[in-house]
Structure formats: C-alpha cells, structure tokens
Design a protein around this ligand. Structure first.
Ligand SMILES: Nc1ncnc2c1ncn2[C@@H]1O[C@H](COP(=O)(O)OP(=O)(O)OP(=O)(O)O)[C@@H](O)[C@H]1O
Length: 272
C-alpha cells in the first residue's frame, strides 16, 4: 500500500509545486494521475522514488517511510519501486537482455554487474517476463533496433525485474502512436492484476486514463482536486483540472483507437 500524507515539494524559494498532497493507493489498483502541464504530476512520482527530495510530508510504501531514507536504506527501498519513463531510458548500444538485467542492479554485487554475471534465476526471470510481454525474440538485439512500443516493453520488463512493490509510469505512452499507446496501457493494466502490483500512471490522454485505469486523480497547481472512478470523470472534472487551459475536451469522448486529434495539453505532450 502507498500512503502519501501532506506531501510538500518546493523547488528553491518558488511556490510549492506540491501542496500538502494526500493519496492512498491500495492493492493492485491502476491509478491515472492527470493534470495540466506543470501541475506537479512528475514531481509527485519522483518524490516517491526520491529522484526528487520532498520538502516535507510522509510517503510510506507497505508501511516503510521513504522520506528521509539515505544511503543503503534508500537504495534498498528504491529497488522496490519500478519506474517506466516516457523516453524509455534504455541504453541503446546494449542488448535487450542487458537492458532488462539492469533491473537487477540493485540486487547483484558490483563484480557481478561489471562482469555481467547475473545469477541464473535472474536470466530465467528475464526470459519469462520478456516472453510475457512479447519481446523474448529480441533478447540479443540492440535496444536501438526496436520500435517505440517494443522499447517501452523493455522498459516495463526492466522495472519488473526489480520485483517492485509498486510501478510508477511517467507518461509511458507519450512517445508512442495511439495504437501502440493503447497496447502499453493494456499491458500495464494486465500486469497490475497478474502481479498484484499498484501502478501509478502520469498521463495526458484522458480517454486512455478513463479506459485503462480504475481510478483517476486530478492535480491542479499541486493540489488534488479530483479523486474518483473514471465514470465520474466528467466535463466538470475536466474543466476543474484544466481550467482556462484549452482542455482536451474531445478526449473525454474519443474512443481509444480513433483519431489522435487532441487538445493543447494532449497534443503538446503526447507528441514529445
Ligand atoms: N528541477 C526543478 N527545478 C525547479 N522547478 C522545477 C523542477 N522540476 C519541475 N519544476 C517545476 O515544478 C512544476 C511542476 O512540474 P512537473 O514536471 O512536476 O509538472 P507535470 O505536471 O509533470 O508537468 P508535465 O505534464 O508538463 O510533465 C513546474 O512549474 C516546473 O517548472
């Protein structure tokens, strides 16, 4: 269970980007975090895995307080938090298998990592997961020889190799075409239930959030202003979250797989 309580993040002397945010995610729920650009979505995810230092507040994962952890304790906690990135964050010149095994770096010794002598069970787990997501046939290919969707699958498997207790996905579909985006969303949804894993997904595509997640959290200026099931995420909620911004109104009704036409927010970010 993830329990975020009164989380504040202030960069320098600027206004806080997260303002006493509270969020509890239980079980294997798939939660979409939506909000306009700058609302604090990435900052929130990055506070959870401590890529960003929270200013104050508490973040507990299965009872363990993550804020204030340092050194070895922080490294141990971090390996339980899988992260999937918009730009995949793969090492292009390495093979798919080597990228996937990088998910074990928090577990193996430095010697094993440098000599790439990963335990047999890690390699077996890597193959099992690669088969599960349909990339086993690319194990020996260089990562940069894969399509965007395949690369994101590598990113997902690398995160799962950590045996995470939670999966964070920061705009995981924003670099992908609409069809491939949907496949990745379906994959994340299925893996959450198969592995009993909570998954938090920052996403600009409201239609996909509504279709492939079971809960939507809407942020505006670092505050949560919507928290509910997709069916309740209506035009009013959309307006409250995107405010005066030219909101992706059409996304709320657009069916997945239809035209990728989007409002400013979606267009600006899904194409990056
Ligand atoms: N390292 C940083 N230093 C200073 N300000 C930052 C830093 N990272 C983010 N910010 C600011 O914090 C605010 C929230 O940024 P964040 O990236 O969390 O928003 P977001 O909702 O994820 O936006 P987007 O959808 O565009 O990715 C923005 O105003 C941003 O400029």
């Amino acid at each position: 269970m993830l329990e975020i309580s009164k989380l504040v993040k202030r960069y320098g002397n600027d206004e806080p980007v997260l303002q006493e945010l509270d969020l509890v995610v239980e079980g294997s729920s798939v939660v979409a975090i939506v909000g306009a650009s700058g609302a604090g979505k990435s900052t929130m995810l990055r506070c959870i895995n401590r890529l960003v230092e929270p200013t104050s507040g508490s973040i507990r994962l299965n009872g363990n307080e993550l804020v204030k952890l340092k050194g070895a304790a922080l490294r141990r906690a971090r390996r339980k938090i899988g992260m999937v990135f918009q730009g995949f964050n793969l090492i292009d010149r390495l093979s798919v298998m080597e990228n996937v095994l990088a998910g074990r770096l928090g577990y193996v010794s430095l010697y094993q990592a440098i000599t790439r002598r990963y335990p047999r069970e890690d390699i077996e787990r890597a193959f099992t997961l690669m088969e599960r997501v349909g990339i086993a046939q690319y194990a020996n290919k260089r990562a940069d020889e894969l399509s965007g969707g395949e690369r994101q699958r590598v990113g997902v498997v690398r995160a799962l190799m950590q045996e995470p207790e939670i999966l964070l996905a920061d705009e995981p579909t924003a670099s992908l075409d609409p069809r491939t985006s949907e496949q990745i969303m379906i994959l994340l949804q299925s893996l959450a239930s198969e592995l009993s894993l909570p998954v938090l997904i920052n996403i600009h595509n409201v239609a996909q959030a509504k279709t492939y997640t079971e809960r939507i959290v809407g942020l505006r200026h670092g505050k949560m202003i919507f928290d509910g099931v997709p069916d309740d995420f209506n035009k009013e909620a959309l307006d409250a979250i995107y405010g005066g911004i030219e909101a992706p109104d059409e996304e709320i009704t657009r069916q997945p797989g239809s035209s990728p036409k989007q409002g400013k927010q979606g267009a600006a970010h899904d194409q990056i």
